[in-house]
Write a protein of this length. Sequence first.
Length: 567
Amino acid sequence: MTTALVVTVLPGLAAAGAGAAHAAGTPVEVPSGPSDLSVSADGRWIAFAGDEGGSSGLYRYDPVSGQAWRLASVDGAVVAETSISGDGRFIAWARRTAARGQGWDPSSQVYVTDAEAGTTWLVSGDRVDGSAGNEGSAQPQVSDDGSHVVFTTRATDVVEGPYAAAPGSDVVVASLGAQGPSQPRLVSAEEAGVDFSEPTVDADADRIAFTRSSVGGSRIVLADRAAGGPASLAEVAVGSAPALSADGSSLALVRTQSQPGGVVRSATYVRTLATGSEVQADVEDKGWPLRGDSAAPVLDRDGGSVLFALAGAEGTELVERDVDLGTTRVLARGVDPSAGHDLSTDGAHVVHVGDGAVWVVDVDRPSEVGAPNAMWNPLVQRASTPARGRGYVLRVDPAVWEPLRTSRVERQWLRNGRPIRGATGLTYEITAADLGREIKVRERLRVPGLPVGVATSRGYKVKPDLARLLAPARLRVGAARVTLRVRVRTLPGSETYVKGAAAPQGTVRVVVGRRVLHATVGRDGWARLMLPRMRPGRHQLRVQHVGTAYVRAAAPKRVSLLVRQRR
């Protein structure tokens, strides 16, 4: 493809020699209004857009020397959406005519500049004659290894595909080389024109993530190209603003979150793609959500560190959260949110714009980090689960720990502070050894590289349950031989709002005159007693429940029995 006439490649940008610190040419002063920043993998180079003399240009900046090089200029438009490769050589960018924040620009085109060779290529050009595409292309992202560039397009002449009439934007990928970019290809020909946006790419473009817009909300789609051939697509999360880690293992995203009082905020999460687990990133050290709306997350190489913008009442801050160690730090205040920010792949450098200048923040890792924090301790309560034996079941509401990506919880039930052998689950059925004793649950959170976090519940004092005896107050029968049926129900001794209780148990004792009868209470609560032959007339029966270690005896009952005379 040829370079469009609207782009001027500045002279003097010949290929730099091996190990050269910067491209050949004359450095210039950092222009006014820098924006759309991106940083190389080690923080060595920064790409950005800037204005000088009324002309918008693409710049590459060396933060060590403080010098900048103007690599390309555009007429009647602006440079935007820069993305720099890991070694700082290739820079993808968009030429826009519409101002930022005004929606889709139908005339926007995507370019790639080779800073060492001094060459700029139009990537979103017509596949036949190399002229600008017939619709807009934008949001370029170059892979860390400089092998591919990914972008969105609504043009129908950029790639081959059966989607000429589709209204949505597609995600396309082109390979890069010394001779320029290849013909862009659809990431998924089967779903062309669906309206994809916000592409993000891992280090070698094996994985590409982007947002699928629909009536029901935005969802993030992951395209896996590692196997070769057509990419396999899968929806992996609800949200927007995806950002892949360089190794392709993690994904940062933004979604709305409801808070007390009906407040809805934008929150940032980090998702581990292999397991589907997520942790919230815009939280303070102890794990409570930060105030404000977070946006534009960026991940480091393996997703252990995430940078995001936090907009609050006093302006915008750049916040870094280490989701492995559980530390949160504000790295910059007074940030220009419209100018963009970036985090180097090694996680050691943050770039942003403030007060009209480019700022570089060196991120120092803390030397010592404390044990993980439990926001809420575990809570032991009565469960409604039926007991298998004669006791009742306790359950634990697990502790709420600060969000950490690689954590593992170990749980242990305790009797008077001592571990109960084999009791490590979410429920525990009491035994006779627990009666009168205090039951707790201790959780340990293990995170590689951190001290073990420990959280212990309040004690639950194990008491016998109560019983209630249900028997008829009066009983009329027409036979001398009578079967008496009574029922025992159990209920918790203290927590009457809990449904779960020990199974009905014990025995029922009936005194008839001088005779005493006994029957065992079944698990259904019923006891059946065959009374002796009785003369016609009225008889008084005393019915008693005899409890067990798990269930206290119920109050006795008197039954008035009327045996009618046979005719």
